[in-house]
Design a protein around this ligand. Structure first.
Ligand code: ZN
Length: 202
């Protein structure tokens, strides 16, 4: 187990270099992220970790603590719907509504390792500019953030997460990178379409 694993995203990797979201309060998501980044990381450093905004990519963080699994999904809207502004055309409005509806019906969207016996719990989807309440991005790029939690009977058995439902709902997703913080240690995982399953710690 390597507790010194660097979970920071290289700022040079991002196309925009900073977090997005128009300054909306995200206390719930921040709390979830803090949970994900358990293991003694400096909070200030965790805050700086941010994410790389790369079109076609999705970044996820998975935290396992006691019987609770938290999944934080950060996706450039381009990876999900192909545009990063408030929907204008009828087609864009349909795409935004369909995506948000799918993300808010989490059954089958993500499938944790069956051996872990997880049941979906609370979740929150922040559609950003896709929603009427979303502030316009200052730099022309915009993200969607979503957080899902599960309660698992055998959380120690969780070694994979199948994202097939998400990748079916968003065919523009080409790759997913993940960081995982669990009692067994911290891991990184990645997948490229047509693969849909993140695996770690095996
Ligand atoms: Zn962008």
């Amino acid at each position: 187990m390597n507790l010194n694993l660097n979970l920071n995203v290289n700022p040079g990797q991002g196309l925009c270099g900073s977090r997005h979201g128009g300054g909306r309060p995200r206390a719930w998501i921040a709390a979830a992220l803090a949970l994900v980044l358990l293991g003694g990381l400096n909070p200030a450093r965790a805050e700086k970790a941010g994410h790389a905004h790369q079109h076609g990519a999705v970044t996820v963080s998975i935290g396992i603590e006691a019987d609770t699994v938290t999944l934080l999904v950060e996706a450039p809207l381009d990876s999900l719907v192909g545009f990063e502004h408030a929907p204008r055309t009828a087609a864009q409005k349909r795409a935004a509504q369909a995506l948000l509806a799918r993300l808010r019906s989490p059954a089958g969207l993500f499938q944790p390792d069956a051996a872990a016996a997880c049941q979906i719990g609370a979740f929150e989807v922040d559609g950003g500019v896709l929603e009427a309440t979303g502030a316009a991005p200052s730099d022309g790029h915009a993200d969607l953030d979503a957080t899902y939690t599960w309660t698992c009977a055998s959380p120690q058995a969780l070694r994979s997460l199948d994202l097939a439902g998400l990748m079916q709902a968003a065919p523009r997703i080409e790759r997913v990178s993940a960081q995982i913080a669990s009692p067994q240690g911290q891991f990184k995982a990645a997948l490229k379409r047509p693969a849909t399953v993140l695996r770690w710690g095996r």
